[in-house]
Structure formats: structure tokens, C-alpha cells
Design a protein around this ligand. Structure first.
Ligand SMILES: Cc1ncc(COP(=O)(O)O)c(C=O)c1O
Length: 504
């Protein structure tokens, strides 16, 4: 019997939507860094640098941040509940962690962390999240409105799946954007409706620009269903003013748009004159309730913790924990969201537990409070120092401008490269930012992401670099960065001027 040995599934015949999108923070730069790492492992002296520094991703623990003891104690005890009744546990774990773990274990079905849970997440853990939100905002939050998820990414995906019916459904997204949004919109068959943030105004959002984009999309026949707002911003690092947030709330209410509020960097605010306010709080303080406006807020254990006023304090990105709070939707819609969540049965339990912990950490009077505070303070002051040091280093480079970082975990410097460098990139068939980031990685081992991975305004050149490497790594990184940049500029300077703006 003969059969066809040619595989029927090829890259040409898979779902074309998968082929269209790109996800640069984990894309070519990572593969290139892995190849270099392998080269280094096989032949340690083959490269001109001692290690790869992964500044491509907001991945705190990979860049040296140690996990917070309280969180890990609770997780360990929940995974080994037999320890809770052992005498030795009192010497090994804080009383606070033992008490919390006991409470959590007793509320989990079967009192074990290895079983499936409710698809929305364990009720008591959702209650802890809702209580944390109420304490943060001063407005009530209900456990029934909380969906615990495998990180914020899963929640965003789920909501886009719910909202997008066909390519005629549009979603307003900021540019530059975090590519989770463009990727998910493409995968779910919708249309991204981009609005530009204004770099000259510290990456501010101009509501007239959003209106213009909405109107244009509507006249092209799209039904725009939601507006994505990332605050504090990634990759742009800005924190919205409350006036700006109020404008967005008014705009979305009037236009009937769901606000998809990506608030994962809510505690990563560094500047004195800015504070994080959730969109739900802003809407409620304007007097709007669930009948007036639909808002979904996303948060994650990957980054910070609102009650601790910390930067990237939790940093448990690989645990895949997060939540979305859904307000202004009927029970029928919530039922469908529940059904969608149930397709993957339930979010992972360690992520659920961590999410409850970041929203309900040790408080004044708890035994772990002081050591917890000390760990928190150490991480916090170090973060702010790193943000300033890296910002200063990038700004000091020839032809590089860099907005002040106000929040989140990244800087997004703009490069003004000599035209000979632009031509060299063209000859290699890559964009100038890709050309620069590849050269930087090959010469220094520093992995950053080209701005095109975030859909930077066309004709501009940026790179995104996380502020997460620990202080020693940053100290090692800066001379390498400066040396590379200087020789890059010297190599391509020629007699031609910078290309400040490729659109000209
Ligand atoms: C703006 C933004 N939203 C969502 C996410 C995804 O977070 P998670 O790790 O919880 O999926 C990230 C991660 O970097 C992010 O930067």
C-alpha cells in the first residue's frame, strides 16, 4: 500500500493568522541570544563579553531579583499542607505564613493544591482580591466580578475573544503598543484600530487623536467595540494624568466602548507628581456606575503589588498569576466568560494563591510585616536607582533622546542614526532598529527589543530596554553600551547628517 509521505500540514497550510503576528520581546532577539549563549557554553572565550544580559523582557527573577520570602513560604506550605501540623514548621516558617497557608488550604476544594478548581478561581482567593481592590480604590469590588487567570495575558486573550466577532470589529489600541494586543486581535480575527501616543508630550494620550481614529474606523465600516489603555505604559513608561483618564472615561461612555484597562504596572510609579488610579475608581468618582460603562481591569503577579507601593516587587512572572475585574456586564455575558474560562478548566493554583497574596499581603500588626517591609524597601529603592542610572546612560549617548521614565519597567529611547547606518540596514534587508539591536547584542551581549516590535510610529527608531538588571549588572552593562554606541556611530558617521526622522 502506498501513502503520501509529504506532510499535509506545512507552514504554508497552517492557520494564516498565526503566521501574520509577531511577538518581538520573545522573538528573533531571544533566538539570537540563545545561539550566542550556546556558543559561549561550548567555547567560553569565543565572544567579546562575559554574559548575556536579557533586557528584552520584564522578567525580574531572571535578572537577579530574589523572590519575596512570605510569598514563597505560603506557597511551599500550601503545596505541603502536612507541614502545617509539624513542630519543625514553626522554626522554618513565619507564624504569619503558617496562618495564611492554613486558611488558604482549608478553603481550596479537597484541601490540596493539585486538584482542579472553579474555572473562575477559588472563591476565597477571589474574595481576597476583591477586598484588596476595594481597599485600593475606596469603591466596592465583588468576588463574582473577579476572574483569576494564568497571568494577565490569558485574561486579555479571553476578553478579546469575547468581544471580537469578525474582522469588522475593531479594538482601539495605543501605538507604541505591547504586542499582546495586536497578536491577540489578529488571532481572534478582529481589526486593530491604532491611536498614536505623542512622544513629544511624554507619550501622552490626546483624546482628539483617539476620536479621529474612531471616526476613521467607523467610516471604513468597522464596529469599534473597546479601547485598550495601558497605564502605566509599556513600552513607553508614562503614567496618565487623572484628567486624561477622566477624558477617556467620558469618551468611552459616550461612544459605548468597553475600557480594557491594562493596569499590570499599577505599582510601578516612580515620580512624586503622579499616582496610579484605576479606571474603575476614576469612573466611580465621576459618578458613573455599572449601568453607564463597562470596564475590565487586568492585573498580574508578574510585576508589582498595589498595597506595598513597590516597583516590580512580586516579580513572579513564571508563576502565571493574574486577574481581571469585570464590571458593567450583565450576568448573561459573565456566564459566557465563565464558559470560555472553563475550556481550560481552571487557572493554575499557585498563580491563584499568589494573586490573592499580592492583593492581601501582611499588614501592620502581622508577625511577618516588618521583615516583609524590609525586603520590600530594599527592592524598591534599588529599582528607582536603576531606572535613573539607565535613563541617564541612554540620554548621554550621541544621537539618543530618552523621555523620563515615570512608571512601568522599561525605557524606550529614541535613536537618531547616521544615514549610512540606515543604508547598511537596508542592504541587510532589516529595519534600522533591528540592525542596531542585533549589532548591540553581538558586540556586548545586551539583548534589547527593536521598537518596531511595539509598532513604533512609522519612520522613527527606538529600542526598549528593561530597567530590571540588578545594580551590578547595570554597572557592568553601561560601559559596554557606551563603548558599542560610540564605535557604531564612528563606523557609520561618514559625512552625512543623522536621519532624525525617516518620514522626511
Ligand atoms: C502591558 C502588559 N500587559 C500584560 C502583560 C502580561 O502579563 P502576564 O505576565 O501577567 O501575562 C505584560 C507583560 O509584560 C505587559 O507588559
Amino acid at each position: 500500500m502506498s501513502y503520501n509521505k509529504t506532510p499535509s500540514i506545512t507552514a504554508e497550510t497552517i492557520n494564516p493568522k498565526v503566521k501574520i503576528f509577531s511577538y518581538e520581546p520573545c522573538g528573533e532577539i531571544v533566538r539570537r541570544a540563545e545561539r550566542l549563549q550556546q556558543e559561549m557554553d561550548e567555547n567560553p572565550d569565543s565572544l567579546p563579553f562575559p554574559e548575556i544580559i536579557h533586557c528584552n523582557l520584564g522578567n525580574p527573577q531572571v535578572l537577579g531579583q530574589r523572590p519575596v520570602t512570605f510569598f514563597r513560604e505560603v506557597l511551599s506550605l500550601c503545596d505541603n499542607p502536612a507541614l502545617l501540623d509539624r513542630e519543625e514548621a514553626r522554626a522554618l516558617f513565619s507564624a504569619c505564613a503558617i496562618k495564611r497557608a492554613r486558611k488558604i488550604v482549608n478553603s481550596i476544594p479537597g484541601k490540596e493544591t493539585g486538584g482542579y478548581t472553579n474555572s473562575q478561581g477559588v472563591k476565597s482567593l477571589r474574595q481576597a482580591v476583591a477586598d484588596g481592590i476595594s481597599a485600593r480604590d475606596g469603591y466596592p469590588s465583588k468576588p463574582d466580578d473577579i476572574f483569576l487567570t494564568d497571568g494577565a495575558s490569558a485574561a486579555v486573550n479571553m476578553m478579546l475573544q469575547i468581544l471580537i466577532r469578525s474582522h469588522e470589529d475593531g479594538i482601539l489600541c495605543p501605538l507604541p503598543e505591547y504586542p499582546l494586543y495586536s497578536a491577540s486581535i489578529i488571532l481572534h480575527g478582529g481589526t486593530m484600530v491604532p491611536y498614536n501616543l505623542t512622544e513629544d508630550r511624554g507619550w501622552g494620550l490626546e483624546i482628539f487623536e483617539v476620536k479621529r481614529c474612531l471616526e476613521e474606523a467607523r467610516s471604513a465600516g468597522l464596529t469599534v467595540r473597546a479601547m485598550v489603555v495601558i497605564n502605566p505604559g509599556n513600552p513607553t513608561g508614562q503614567v496618565m494624568s487623572i484628567t486624561n483618564q477622566e477624558e477617556i472615561v467620558e469618551f468611552c461612555r459616550k461612544e459605548g466602548l468597553v475600557i480594557l484597562a491594562d493596569e499590570v504596572y499599577q505599582e510601578n510609579v516612580y515620580v512624586e507628581n503622579k499616582r496610579f488610579h484605576s479606571f474603575k475608581k476614576v469612573a466611580r468618582s465621576l459618578g458613573y456606575d455599572e449601568k453607564d460603562l463597562s470596564i475590565v481591569s487586568f492585573h498580574s503577579v508578574s510585576m508589582g503589588n498595589h498595597l506595598l507601593k513597590l516597583s516590580g516587587f512580586c516579580g513572579e512572572s513564571g508563576r502565571r498569576g493574574g486577574y481581571m475585574e469585570i464590571t458593567g456586564f450583565g450576568d448573561d455575558v459573565k456566564g459566557e466568560i465563565y464558559k470560555l474560562a472553563s475550556v481550560t478548566i481552571c487557572p493554575n493554583i499557585a498563580g491563584q494563591i499568589l494573586t490573592s497574596l499580592i492583593m492581601d499581603p501582611p499588614k501592620l500588626g502581622n508577625e511577618s510585616f516588618e521583615s516583609f517591609e524590609a525586603e520590600k524597601e530594599r527592592i524598591h529603592s534599588s529599582f528607582w536607582k536603576r531606572a535613573k542610572t539607565l535613563g541617564k546612560a541612554f540620554s548621554s549617548l550621541e544621537g539618543v533622546s530618552c523621555n523620563n521614565i515615570e512608571g512601568a519597567l522599561y525605557i524606550f529611547p529614541r535613536l537618531h542614526l547616521p544615514s549610512l547606518a540606515i543604508k547598511a540596514a537596508k542592504r541587510e534587508g532589516v529595519s534600522p532598529d533591528v540592525f542596531y539591536t542585533h549589532r548591540l547584542l553581538d558586540a556586548t551581549g545586551i539583548a534589547v527589543v527593536p521598537g518596531s516590535g511595539f509598532h513604533q510610529v512609522s519612520g522613527t527608531i527606538h529600542i526598549r530596554c528593561t530597567i530590571l538588571p540588578d545594580e551590578d549588572k547595570i554597572a557592568a552593562m553601561i560601559p559596554r553600551l557606551k563603548g558599542f554606541h560610540e564605535s557604531f556611530m564612528n563606523e557609520f558617521r561618514g559625512s552625512e547628517p543623522y536621519m532624525n526622522d525617516l518620514r522626511r
